[in-house]
Structures are given as C-alpha cells and as structure tokens.
Design a protein around this ligand. Structure first.
Ligand SMILES: NC(=O)c1ccc[n+]([C@@H]2O[C@H](COP(=O)([O-])OP(=O)(O)OC[C@H]3O[C@@H](n4cnc5c(N)ncnc54)[C@H](OP(=O)(O)O)[C@@H]3O)[C@@H](O)[C@H]2O)c1
Length: 253
C-alpha cells in the first residue's frame, strides 16, 4: 500500500529493535519517512532495523528504558532535534514481562508491567505532544486484545495495563483533538514475534492458530499495515478508535 503523505514524515517508533516495531519502522521507511528507531536491551536489533531503514529512506538510532521519565524525555527530544520535529509517534514498546497470577505476583512485578506498557505510553506521549501540536501529527498506541478478554494464563496484569492503554487512547484523543492531533490504537491478537518465543510454549502457537477463525496466527506485517493506515491521511477523520488485528479470535459488536 502506498501512502504518499507519509513521505518525508518524521516517525518515531518505540520498541523497533524487534517484532512489530521493527517491521513498522521498515514499512514507514518504504514510504519515505524519516524513522526514529528505538531500542533498550537489544542494541543489535536496533542497529539491524536502522540498517534496513537506511536502505529505503533515512533515520536515527535512539536508546531509552521506556519506564524511565528522564530517559524517555531525552529520547523524544533527541529524535525531534535529529528529524526536525515529530509527525507520528508509535507507542509500541512493551512486553508481558512474565507470567504471574494475581495471587502470587509481587508488587515489583505489577509495577514493572504497568511501567513497561502504560507509563511508557504516557511518558512518550507527554514528551512528544508539543511537537505533534506543531505538526498536527498523530499517535498510534499498541494495546492488546488481552485488554478486552483479560489475558491468557498469568497475563492478567499485562491485560489490565493494556486495557489502560486503550482508555488512555480515548482520553488523549479527546484532549488533543482541538490541536488537530489524532490518537488511535491497534490491538494485536496472537502475533508471531519474539514476544511469544519468550513467553508461550510452542504448542500454544498451534492451538491458537487452530481456534482462530482465519486459521493462522498474525505476523508483524499484519499489525504494521494497520499502524501505517492509522498514521496516514487515509485515516484523517478517525480518532479515539481501535482496530483489532487478531484473525477473528476475539470479536466484539
Ligand atoms: N506479539 C503479540 O502477540 C502481541 C499481542 C498483543 C500486543 N502486543 C504488543 O505489541 C508490542 C510489540 O511487541 P512484539 O510482539 O513486537 O514483541 P517483541 O518482539 O518482544 O518487541 C518488544 C519491543 O519492546 C521493547 N521494550 C520492551 N520493554 C522495554 C523497555 N522497558 N524500554 C524500552 N523498550 C522496551 C523491546 O526493546 P529491547 O528488546 O531493545 O529492549 C522491543 O523492541 C508490545 O507493546 C506488545 O505488548 C504483542
């Protein structure tokens, strides 16, 4: 899909050292965007993504622990300085952290899951909003289908953190609409990335594909396609909305 308006746009994709973020970064570069490639623990992944981005367009590499206020603020400012502003922020960095039931999770674990998935989205958005107001840009938050159904085994705290991202998407959309800034979210289902390699046994992959109406698991490209659509002018009258990318695994009226 070609989105002519994304050419030359300054797009910051958090968590683009792996999986969905890495794929989205490359697809924005395909459109001619200047891409901020962000990593935290996986420097080699960030460097690989930037190499791919530079074959297609241009970009820069950024490092930050998305749980840390100072690091996120600096990362967003560094990107805006390098790119000359910000048009699109993709709040993608996040992970399950681990599988723990409510009855056994420590407070530290709970705080870490919310910091990684929810605080990260707040911090990056707050830092990027002054630039987005100038560009009349937009934000795409990556939530999860888990935020709707409560999550699989040991993923309840993660599901709650992602449900908060969904609600923040609506609140942010209302707050920023008067500045011409749109905010939407994508809710992935079971997507085959490092995420499930780390946290799901291999047999789960097959079992989920079997019960998915479209009879397969999702790919990073399936999700990135929707991120690009929401970030583009094709979605110019859409804000506060979510698109689930889950092959029909969880449908809502
Ligand atoms: N895969 C799925 O089935 C699925 C389903 C629903 C939602 N999601 C969501 O989709 C997003 C992308 O996940 P993915 O599947 O692409 O997983 P992934 O391949 O494991 O990528 C996760 C990305 O998040 C970054 N990240 C994690 N913790 C971070 C922290 N504290 N600070 C900065 N960056 C951090 C990682 O960076 P480093 O490795 O460099 O630290 C990596 O780039 C996440 O928000 C995830 O919750 C995924």
């Amino acid at each position: 899909m070609r989105y002519e308006d994304l050419k030359g746009k300054k797009v910051l994709v958090t968590g683009s050292s792996s999986g969905i973020g890495a794929h989205a970064a490359k697809m924005f570069a395909e459109q001619g965007s200047f891409v901020g490639v962000h990593y935290f623990r996986t420097k080699a992944g960030g460097e690989k993504t930037l190499e791919e981005v530079r074959k297609l367009s241009d970009g820069c590499l950024l490092c930050a622990d998305m749980r840390d206020e100072g690091q996120v603020g600096k990362m967003v400012t560094d990107f805006a300085d390098a790119a000359g502003g910000i048009d699109v922020l993709v709040n993608n960095a996040g992970t399950l952290v681990g599988r723990r039931n409510f009855a056994e999770a420590t407070l530290e674990f709970y705080e870490d899951v919310f910091a990684t998935n929810t605080r990260s989205t707040f911090l990056a958005t707050r830092a990027a909003v002054p630039y987005l107001k100038q560009s009349k840009g937009n934000i795409v938050n990556i939530g999860s289908v888990a935020g709707h159904h409560g999550g699989g085994a040991g993923a309840g705290i993660y599901a709650a953190a992602k449900a908060a991202v969904a609600t923040m998407t609506i609140s942010m959309a209302m707050e920023f609409a008067r500045f011409g800034v749109r905010v939407n979210s994508v809710l992935p289902g079971f997507i085959e990335t490092r995420f499930h390699e780390q946290f799901s046994p291999p047999q789960r992959k097959k079992a989920v594909a079997y019960k998915t109406p479209l009879q397969r698991n999702g790919t990073a490209e399936d999700v990135a396609n929707v991120i690009l659509f929401l970030a583009s002018e094709a979605a110019s009258f859409i804000t506060g909305e979510y698109i689930a990318v889950n092959g029909g695994l969880y449908m809502r009226a």
